[in-house]
Design a protein around this ligand. Sequence first.
Ligand SMILES: Nc1ncnc2c1ncn2[C@@H]1O[C@H](COP(=O)(O)OP(=O)(O)OP(=O)(O)O)[C@@H](O)[C@H]1O
Length: 253
Amino acid sequence: MVILETKGIGIHFGGLKAVSNVDFSVEEGSISAIIGPNGAGKTTLFNLIAGFYTPTEGTVYFKGKDITKMKTFERTYMGLARTFQNINLFRELSVMDNVLLGLHTKTKCDPISSMLNLPNKLREERESRKKVMETLEFLNLAHYVNEKAGSLAYGLQKNLEIARAIVSHPSVLLLDEPASGLNTNDLDTLSQGIVAIRNSGITVVLIEHKMDVVMSISDKIAVLNFGQKIADGNPGEICCNPEVIDAYLGKDE
Ligand SMILES: Nc1ncnc2c1ncn2[C@@H]1O[C@H](COP(=O)(O)OP(=O)(O)OP(=O)(O)O)[C@@H](O)[C@H]1O
């Protein structure tokens, strides 16, 4: 079943067609990748899907519903989560507090209960902390729960961003270049982590330049070039597609 889909989606910035007429669909329970050269429109496509940009053409569907005009937070509430290309943590806050922030869209307590520390507020906070600990354990971060986010090594900070995005157990996780800046040793761990996330029931869509990661874990790959989709298929189909080789794989990235 298709869980996420764009039909004819596009956005123009002045005269620049950053994304143009892109049909992109994601099967529930899969890992999909979006690849393409620098400036091809990958992050812009994510921004259109997540609601950071309003398209100048086309439609976005999530769980069968037209979400094109929905606000970002409404999409998050429906179960669409994302990470950003650059690390976007609260460096002075603890690992626990950073991940707790990822739950704020799902907590139900009203402000008065919060101020008065009413029992339902306390219970909710206990449950939230338990969920955070489970997520940290899942991503091998439990050991760092009380550390400041900014004090963690780069690879752990990237993992922490993923923890914050998945703590509310979204239906779809959009990962923007999760492997950027990681050393070769960390790439295998990242790939295993992404597969484990998918196996836990979260559909994953990633933008990635590291071809080893893309080819080893993706069920489907879509290729963008100059804002347009030039190919999609499984890794075997993509890596021998002449247009893809010409546009991307043949270049040194
Ligand atoms: N808000 C914006 N205003 C104007 N131009 C933009 C904006 N956002 C993106 N662009 C342009 O749209 C094009 C696509 O950018 P985008 O960041 O989506 O590419 P990308 O494929 O993600 O590249 P990279 O792999 O380098 O991250 C680029 O030419 C970029 O400069």
